[in-house]
Design a protein around this ligand. Structure first.
Ligand SMILES: [Mn+2]
Length: 317
């Protein structure tokens, strides 16, 4: 069942002892949404706890250092920014089939929750959290505002992707006007600062780039061996999926990451008119028109040839 904003707000005001699930490989939007919602529920005296199957990267400490919440037996299960129960990782088994409310902005949302607040036009789930907070009449704290700002900034690539809307600029403007969140510092740590290891890794990733169809498809393939050589894990590679889009003339950028033997996580990014959400859907995944993903099984050569064929068709259409 799909809910409107006011119905979702009513549900939240009446819920209690809520677990808020965020997706695996957590990013700024799901962490922001999870911790902002925790603050908002707290305004109404509702206990909640944020849960994720992976650890939160340290650059998000200013959001997560308040703590995930108390230990209690949950009465309410809420998922934020999660399009599919598979993206819950190990929490999927525990909570996947009993999510009461899902708050999301992925058009590919599978409708797994009992109730879903979905707006495919929202730049970030955090945009919906802001609107919910206002609908609920919550007192938005500075921490909550910083979380919401972060989610919008990170999902829009610092207000520059196609998904950036006038509305998300308005929300950011309100936050900058009313709160002292230190947005420049947030943006610097989200978009500019990289560890030395990261810089070295990006150099290696760029070295490994492969080019197809006159650079219209650009691909990076990272196996476990390479990760081991570089001394990084899958989390360290967050954001690398957009590196192939820097190549002049590229239409679709691909990053293949070995998850386990014969299992590869594919991140697809579009710099032009190709809808990568559609391509990923035909491959069993989903996402947004400009940024999507899927999981492919087989040998690395099989995976590459499936991708080049499928993406090649879309690029040459
Ligand atoms: Mn998001």
């Amino acid at each position: 069942m799909y809910l409107g904003l006011s119905e979702a707000a009513d549900f939240l005001k009446d819920c209690r002892d809520a677990v808020i699930i965020v997706h695996q490989s957590p990013d700024g939007d799901c962490i922001g949404a999870g911790f902002a919602l925790k603050d908002i529920l707290g305004c109404f005296g509702i206990r909640s706890r944020v849960e994720c199957c992976d650890a939160f990267p340290s650059r998000y400490d200013y959001m997560t250092s308040v703590g995930c919440g108390e230990d209690f037996e949950p009465q309410t299960i809420i998922a934020v920014d999660i399009a599919d129960t598979q993206l819950m990782g190990c929490l999927g088994e525990k909570y996947g089939d009993r999510v009461q409310l899902c708050i999301d902005h992925h058009i590919s949302n599978t409708g797994y929750a009992e109730m879903t607040l979905l707006n495919g036009e929202a730049s970030a789930t955090c945009e919906l959290i802001w609107e919910l907070a206002r609908e609920m009449g919550a007192e938005i704290s500075e921490h909550c505002a910083a979380c919401i700002y972060t989610g919008i900034a990170t999902d829009t690539g610092c207000f520059k992707y196609d998904c950036t809307t006038a509305n998300c600029h308005r929300i950011a403007a309100r936050i900058i006007e009313d709160y002292d969140i230190g947005f420049a510092k947030i943006n610097r740590s989200m978009f500019e600062v990289k560890s030395l290891g990261r810089i070295r890794m990006e150099c290696r990733v760029i070295e490994l780039m492969e080019y197809y169809l006159d650079n219209r498809i650009t691909m990076i393939c990272i196996t476990k061996d390479i990760m081991e050589q570089m001394g990084v894990d899958s989390n360290d590679l967050e954001g690398c999926a957009s590196l192939p889009l820097q190549v002049e003339g590229v239409e679709v950028g691909l990053m293949i990451k070995e998850r386990e033997p014969q299992v590869y996580k594919i991140s697809m990014r579009s710099a032009g008119d190709v809808n990568v959400s559609e391509i990923c859907r035909t491959l069993g995944g989903g996402g947004h028109a400009k940024a999507a993903g899927c999981l492919l099984k087989g040998s690395i050569d099989e995976v590459k040839s499936i991708l080049i064929e499928t993406v090649g068709k879309a690029v040459c259409r």
